[in-house]
Design a protein. Sequence first.
Length: 202
Amino acid sequence: MTLLAAGAAGLFDPTSLRWLWGLAVIGGGALCWMSWYQSEKEAAPAAAAPGGPLVWAVWALVAFAAAGNLLAALAPEVFYDSLVYHLALPQLYLTRGGIVATPENVYSGLPLGVQLLYGLALALSGDDLAAFLHALFGLGAALGLYAGLKRLAGPRAGALAALVFYLCPLVVYASWACGVDLASAFYVTAAFCALTEAAGEK
């Protein structure tokens, strides 16, 4: 919403977005530290559930796949959707300093939430950072599956779910380009984690 507001206000340019990113890092870091400090004071340390060698082996495979995916994400972008609108539209907005009407691009009428994040990545570094961000969404979705299922069925079930998801060929392929598929998977698993967390507190 912040990026959307910046685009509507004509502040979607590299300088403004860099300032916005700096303020977000400082504010987010302060909030995370305050939340961690408060939880450390109030919560008793919980015993970690044993995972065993199976969980460690699974995470070794996930780490190996993640290294390959992140390396592949640094290759030049060739995905059609990325070149037409996932990266092209935020780059146009950066050039013009805000969100502008683009009736010549049929995809500009779609919700562009993730694309605005790519615009921030383009302002900070370039398309390599945007592709890296999409690959991180996939890894985050795998971690979310582990966290959610660990509460429901234990660490082994969570680790196996993360492995099956992350080594799916479609997920591996999607990690190499700037799309929205892995971002959608990440937000769904984040909602799943929030649901299991809320259920566990009752």
